[in-house]
Design a protein around this ligand. Sequence first.
Ligand code: SAM
Length: 288
Amino acid sequence: MEKLTDISVIKALMKKHGFEFSKSLGQNFLINPSVCPRIAETGNAKQGFGIIEIGTGIGVLTAELAKRAEKVVAIEIDKRLIPILEDTLSDFDNVKIINADVMDVDLSKIIDENFKELDVAVCANLPYYITSPVIMKLLESRLRIKSVTVMVQKEAGRRLCAEMGTRDMGAVTVAVNYFSDPRILFDVSRGSFMPSPNVDSCVVRFDIKDRTPDGVDDEKFFFKVVRGAFSQRRKTLSNSVSLSFGIEKSVVMKSIEQAGLSSKVRPEQLSMEEFIRFSNILRSFISF
Ligand code: SAM
C-alpha cells in the first residue's frame, strides 16, 4: 500500500482522479505520518471494536483504523473521493464507505446494522466548519458508543474540554461534560496538514458516561437554559436568560436567588450542579 501521508502520493492521486481540495468542506488532509496511528491507538481502534469515521479524505486515517479495529464504517460527503478510496483502501475488506452528509445519517441504525456484536467508538479528523454540531449530534443521540476521539481546532478543543466554572467554557462545554468525561490528548501543528490551515489543532477524547448527571427535571429545558445562558457573550446569567427566553428579568432573578447564586453571576461561573438547580427552579416558575 502506498504511503498516504506522502505529498507526492497525494498529488499523484489528485492528478489521476482530477481531484481538487474544497475549502468549504474543510478538506485539510493529514500528512504527518505519526498522527493517524496515534488517533487510532488512543481512540479505541482495536479488536472487539467497530469504528465510525467521519470524513475520510483519501483514507489516511481510515487505513490506520482498519488495521487495528474489527470493522470501520466511514461517512464521507464528497462523492469525488469515492473512486480515490476504492484505490487507496483496496487492501482492506473490513471498511464500508457511506457517501453522505454525517448530519443526515441515522447513526443509531448504522451501529445496529454494522456493529451488532462489537463495542463502538468514533474517530475522526473533523471538518472544522461543523465541529460543534457533529459533536452535539454524537452526544445527544445517546448512541451506543464508548468514546469519541476527534481532531479539532485548538481553540475549539480548549472550549470543549474546559473545566466547568472557568472562563473558557461555553454551552458546548456543559453538554460535553453532561454526557462524557472530556480531555485533550495532544496538539497537532498546522504543518501536519495539506493544505496547511491558519491555526493549530488538537486531538480530544470524550469517554461516554454510563449515566448522565442526576436531578434534571426536564433535559430539553435544561439544554435550552444552557444555550440561552451563553447566547449573549459576557452578559450576566440574568440578562442572557431573560433576553433569550423573552421573560421578565425579575423571574430570572428570583430563580437565581433561590438557586443560591449571586445576582451578578455569569454563566461561565456555574458548576454542573448549579446549572441543574437553576434550570429546575426556572422551569417551575415559567412552565405555567
Ligand atoms: N480524514 C482525512 C484526513 O485526516 O486526512 C480527511 C479529514 S478533512 C479535515 C475532513 C473530511 O470531512 C473531508 O474529507 C471532507 O470532505 C469531509 N466532510 C466535510 N463535511 C462533511 C459532512 N458534512 N459529512 C461527512 N463528511 C464531511
